[in-house]
Every structure is written in C-alpha cells, then in structure tokens.
Design a protein around this ligand. Structure first.
Ligand code: APR
Ligand code: PHB
Length: 390
C-alpha cells in the first residue's frame, strides 16, 4: 500500500492537513489511535483567528463556521471588581475573532473527509513512523493483531502532545517546558452565555475566571483551581458560586446557571519541541507545542503549522522545490515562540500564583491598571489576541 503523505492523528491538525492536501490533489491517509466518537468527545477552546477561518474556507469547510460562529469585536478584563472592555476591533484596524467550538470544527473536517471518500484508519494500534531519515518512509500499524505497512513520500506527525511521532525522535529533540502551579476547572452548560460578544477574563483575589461560549445557547466557564482538586469536589452549585465571587457584581448577577453537561480539570503547560522536521517527517500542532489556554492560541497555532506544511508539501509535489520543506521548522517556530510568549504573559497576568508575595502582586495590579489605561499597552494585547501576521 502506498500514499503520498501519511498523517498520524485525526485531531484538528491532521484532519485540516488532509483536507488541504486533498484539495491540491495530493493523496493522503490518516492513522488515528482512537475512534471518531472519542476524538469528538474532547472539549477544548474554540476561539478562531481570522487566519484560521480563512484556512478553513480554503479547505472547503468554512460554511458552518461562517454561519454559526459568533464574531467578537472585543474582550473584557475584570479585576478589582470592575469591568474593562478592550476594543480589539478598533485597536487592530478591524480584526475580529470568531467563537466556534473545536468539537464542531473537528466534526466539519471529519464530514468533509468522509464526503471526499478519503481514508482515515481509526483505532489503529501501535502506529510507528519509520524510514523518514531516508528516501522511503513508511508507517506500520496493527488492526486485530495483524501488522500492516503503508509506504509514503512524507509523514506528518499530527498526533498531539502524547503522540508517537515526537517520541520516536526524542533523542534529537530539544524540549522547553514550564508547568504552572494550578489548573482550570471548566464547565459546559446549555445556558445563554453571560457575555455573548466578548470573552471575559477575570483576575480576583480568589483566582482567575473565564466566561466563554460555544454558541448563543451554550456557555463555557472556567475557574482557576488547585492542581490536586478533584472534579467530584466541585458540585455545580459550588462552581457557580465560585465563578460569581470572582466577577464584578453586574456580571455575577447576570450569569444564567444550569446543570453542567461537562466538567473537567486541566493542567496548564507551556511546551515547545525543536526542531519540527526530521528528514521526511514533520511535527505539527500539539505534537510540537502546547500553550496554556489563556489567550486561546492552541488551535490557531496548529492551523498555522498546517498552513506552512501544506504549502510546503504542495510546492514540493507540484513545483519540485524543497524550499518550503526546508524552511518549515524555522518559520513555524518563529510564530510559535511569539504565541508562547503571549500565552505565558497573559497567564502570568491573570492568575493568582501561590508563591507571589506582596511585591509580585503589586506588579500584577500595576500592569493590569496600565494595560487598560494605555492605548499602546491595550494595542499589544489586542494585536496578539487576534493573531500576529503570518
Ligand atoms: N497513533 C495514532 N494517533 C495518535 C497517537 C498514536 N500513537 N497518539 C495520539 N494520536 C491521536 C490522538 O488520539 C488525537 O486524536 O492524535 C490526535 C491528536 O489530536 P490533538 O491532540 O487534538 O492535537 P492537534 O490535532 O495538534 O490539535 C491541536 O488541540 O489541544 C488542542 O489547543 C490544542 O486546539 C489545539 C488542538
Ligand atoms: C474556551 O471557550 O474554551 C476558551 C476561550 C478563551 C480562552 C480559553 C478557552 O482563552
């Protein structure tokens, strides 16, 4: 069996890459460890930069995001009991972000792939990328105890943070990591979002909070919590009460509560693996980098990796040039580090750190005050929030 590009992982990175390659007439197969339903069951952030929406359109899967995505012109910071809108649209000469759940985006991509008759091998066991240092890479995998082999020209490691692709080259990778001393407790509920047209980021003495949404009838909220808290410790009533206590009085009053339909605790991490190319294998998305979710850059970074990678592979196959694949890793990392910096900065600014003594707290207070009262500082936040230029 043979394909041009073997893609490992059917998350947003792998599916989007597959779709863009298909549109350019490049044959590809995806190997996914889990079932499609399992992949669709993962709840993650869903704030899309314009670059990401444009890429979805280019891939021919932009219809639903255009119809159902909710466009945001601003964000809001809440601290010291007061609300501070940041006019992202005005500060960036007209840029916006779009709220659209990652689950929906993944479903759109899966449906487009099925409609195009492209192969995804779900529940593939023991997937191993091989031979990528030479001219003839291949992937092996098992189904029902039998081992199979797929020859290819390139391998795309789109298999997330715990995937096999980066693990295969672990001796050749330099890893940079910061783990934060708290987690996010997230709740999804079928209630109208308290702030349907602006994501609200809150910093209070009790910790960080976030009011987000999936649609005009589905909300997503988070509160900072200790890493060793258990979901069972958090009844819905306790969660709503805690969220309210971290917001300003008007927002707290306006929150419509309801039963949670999903509740989970996620750790926060910054992580980058360098480089992102190993001969004929490339890493893309969470396989190569993780950002803490403050700032919602994870999915957007995955999308720009895929943009660079698809462009590089298309020019290799169509124009016989190596230029794109040779510059892939450097181009991605330059953008990734800027998004890492932004996500780390916003995380540091908006959370309570257990070891921050009086001085550190005053620095945070001063920076927040400066941020909302200086147009220059607000512009720095806004231009990073909508995504730096490619
Ligand atoms: N073999 C095959 N598939 C694998 C393997 C393996 N050994 N290991 C992992 N996978 C699959 C996972 O089951 C998952 O479906 O790879 C996929 C990786 O998907 P994601 O983790 O969603 O990563 P990515 O597609 O890069 O998406 C990045 O996810 O975490 C968010 O913020 C992040 O929004 C961003 C997006
Ligand atoms: C979310 O909707 O889940 C979300 C939004 C913004 C973030 C993080 C998560 O910064």
């Amino acid at each position: 069996m043979r394909t041009q590009v073997a893609i490992i992982g059917a998350g947003p990175s792998g599916l989007l890459l597959g779709q863009l390659l298909y549109k350019a007439g490049i044959d590809n197969i995806i190997f996914e460890r889990q079932s499609a339903d399992y992949v669709l069951g993962r709840i993650r952030a869903g704030i899309l930069e314009e670059v990401t929406v444009a890429l979805l359109n280019e891939a021919g899967v932009g219809e639903r995001v255009q119809r159902d995505g909710v466009v945001h012109h601003s964000i809001e910071l809440v601290f010291a009991g007061a609300r501070h809108p940041i006019d992202v649209h005005g500060l960036t000469a007209g840029k916006v972000v779009t709220a659209y759940g990652q689950t929906e985006l993944t479903r759109d991509l899966m449906e487009a792939r099925a409609a195009a008759g492209l192969t995804t091998i779900y529940e593939a066991g023991n997937v191993v990328p091989q031979g990528f240092d030479g001219e003839q890479p291949f992937v092996t995998w098992t189904i029902d105890g039998a081992t199979h082999r797929m020859d290819c020209d390139f391998i795309a490691g789109c298999d997330g943070f715990h995937g096999v692709s980066r693990a295969t080259v672990k001796d050749r990778v330099r890893e940079f990591e910061r783990v934060y001393p708290f987690g996010w407790l997230g709740v999804l509920s079928d209630t109208p979002p308290v702030s349907p047209h602006a994501i609200v980021y809150g910093n209070s003495e009790r910790g960080f909070s976030l009011c987000s949404m999936r649609s005009l009838t589905r909300s997503r909220y988070y509160v900072q919590c200790p890493l060793d808290d258990k979901v069972e410790d958090w009844s819905d009533a306790r969660f709503w009460d805690e969220l309210r206590r971290r917001l300003d009085p008007a927002l707290a009053e306006a929150i419509v509560t309801g039963p949670s339909i999903e509740k989970s605790i996620a750790p926060l991490r910054s992580f980058v693996a360098e480089p992102m190319r190993f001969g004929r294998m490339f890493l893309a998305g969470d396989a190569a980098h993780i950002v803490p979710p403050t700032g919602a850059k994870g999915l957007n970074l995955a999308a720009t990796d895929v943009k660079y990678l698809s462009t590089a592979l298309i020019s290799y196959f169509k124009d016989s040039t190596n230029e794109g694949i040779d510059s892939y890793s450097g181009k991605c990392l330059s953008r990734i580090w800027k998004a890492e910096r932004f996500s780390w900065w916003l995380t540091s600014l908006m959370h309570r750190f257990p070891d921050t003594a009086g001085f550190g707290q005053r620095m945070q207070d001063a920076e927040l005050d400066y941020l909302v009262h200086s147009r220059a500082a607000s512009t720095v936040l806004a231009e990073n929030y909508v995504g730096l230029p490619l």
